[in-house]
Design a protein. Structure first.
Length: 255
């Protein structure tokens, strides 16, 4: 009868002498607690990538999230932050954490901890979630595990920091309302230019120039919002004041 995990170092024993030593494995017929090419039967020194506690029959693979780079060990080492360790790893140095992700101690695989939507991380080898920064204003970050923003926010919309949609809602952004406009990639609404008007929501540019006879201050929503009244400003001025197309309020005073 063979006793796995045990050794028998002398003859005529009625029971095994003891358990195989930590860092070694004893499958059967082993005559030493620490077999290392100097033994009978099947046994040996625990190899890298494995661990062998006391009484081990066969080497046991290091679990994902751990590694073992030394022979003859009774346990595995925890994978350090900034790296990940697959099943049976003998090192961590060739598995650096991917950009768009972070790897705390004991990370088991490359995409275990992705940056959440609305954030990104452009650097490999990061340790924790603080490496995931909010998406850049004017851009959005759709989905998880991004190493950079997806692209610019849609025309007629604006994206504040941390947006994950091209057409976001509060507090990550929103659409431009009448009286303002938003070109592609806007980080905030732009008030309609003086001398121009913006007549509806979700514009990517002004609607046009103010009509003749009217002036448009900033945020105007119609081309004929303010009528110019011909009243002399000074006694020696002509009775007629005029307002050409696209003038703002600053342009017509005193003309």
């Amino acid at each position: 009868m063979f006793y796995s995990g045990w050794y028998c170092d002398i003859t005529n024993l009625t029971a095994p002498r003891g358990l195989c030593s930590p860092g070694y494995w004893c499958e059967f017929g082993v005559d030493t607690p620490a077999p290392n090419n100097n033994n009978t039967g099947s046994g040996g020194l625990c190899p890298t990538g494995y661990y062998c506690p006391e009484g081990t029959t066969l080497p046991m693979s290091c679990l994902a999230g751990t590694y073992q780079d030394e022979e003859g060990q009774s346990g595995c080492k925890e994978c350090p932050a900034g790296y990940y360790c697959l099943f049976n790893s003998t090192t961590y140095r060739d598995t650096v954490c991917l950009s768009g992700h972070y790897c705390p101690n004991g990370t088991a695989y490359d995409i275990q901890y992705p940056c959440p939507q609305g954030t990104f991380n452009s650097l490999p080898g990061q340790h924790d979630s603080t490496a995931c920064v909010p998406c850049t204003p004017g851009l959005y970050c759709e989905g998880m595990g991004l190493s950079g923003p997806t692209t610019e926010c849609d025309e007629g919309w604006y994206c504040t920091s941390g947006s994950w949609l091209a057409q976001p809602s509060t507090p990550e952004g929103g659409y431009c309302v009448s009286g303002e406009y938003c070109p592609r990639g806007s980080s905030a609404p732009i008030p309609c230019d003086p001398g121009s008007y913006c007549h509806r929501d979700k514009l990517n540019d002004t609607s046009g120039l103010c009509s003749s006879g009217y002036y448009c201050s900033g945020n105007s929503t119609t081309s004929n919002l303010d009528l110019i009244i011909a009243i002399p400003i000074f006694p020696y001025c002509q009775m007629v004041h005029y307002c050409c197309v696209y003038y703002s309020d600053a342009d017509w005073i005193g003309r």
